[in-house]
Design a protein around this ligand. Structure first.
Ligand code: HEM
Length: 151
């Protein structure tokens, strides 16, 4: 990832937001979402229902513990594009644990993960709109490309 990302202007061409602005909007949106008590539970409900393949992966998982891990790791995923060292380490660990030789999470499953998270945010963040959805997808995709690159 190039360093220029940190110095991008707030508005890039065509009225598109710069990555720095996307990240700050997504952080605020995540804050508003996670402040609602059932947000993470709802995410897992949507995610597990999205495919039998996903449900099968989590049959032996304590979903309460998993929710705490998810809450932290989404923060790391959001901070990842800014070259944050802690985020880079955390996402690097997920890249290893989710790879073919570990949890064996096939790349196409990340699309369902993103769609489920965006759906849960749309239901919990009162300020959610189409532009915010674009920001969410843009920001999440950077860490996901990195994780999938390690498959
Ligand atoms: C960017 C997206 C994702 C993030 C941030 C994430 C994060 C995590 C974290 C932090 C853990 C626990 C620690 C570890 O094993 O590394 C975990 C475990 C796990 N993740 Fe993910 N994950 C993501 C995507 C996925 C997807 C798409 C699947 C597909 C089914 C998945 C399935 C699992 C499973 C099965 C576990 C183990 C649960 C257990 O301990 O029983 N993850 N994930």
């Amino acid at each position: 990832m190039s360093r220029e990302v940190c110095f991008q202007p707030l508005m890039a061409k065509d009225g598109e937001l710069g990555m720095k602005e996307d990240i700050s909007r997504v952080r605020l949106s995540y804050g508003r979402s996670i402040a609602k008590r059932d947000f993470l539970g709802r995410f897992y409900e949507i995610f597990l229902a999205s495919s039998p393949e996903i449900a099968r992966k989590f049959v032996n998982t304590d979903l309460e513990k998993q929710q705490e891990l998810l809450a932290m790791s989404v923060n790391m995923v959001i901070l990842f594009p800014q070259e944050n060292k802690i985020a880079k380490n955390a996402v690097g660990r997920i890249r290893e644990s989710h790879s073919r030789s570990g949890l064996n999470i096939e790349p196409h499953l990340y699309t369902l993960w993103v769609d489920s998270l965006v759906q849960a945010v749309s239901e919990h963040d009162p300020e959610f709109n189409d532009q915010l959805e674009v920001s969410w997808r843009k920001v999440l995709q950077i860490a996901i490309d990195y994780i999938v690159g390690g498959y």
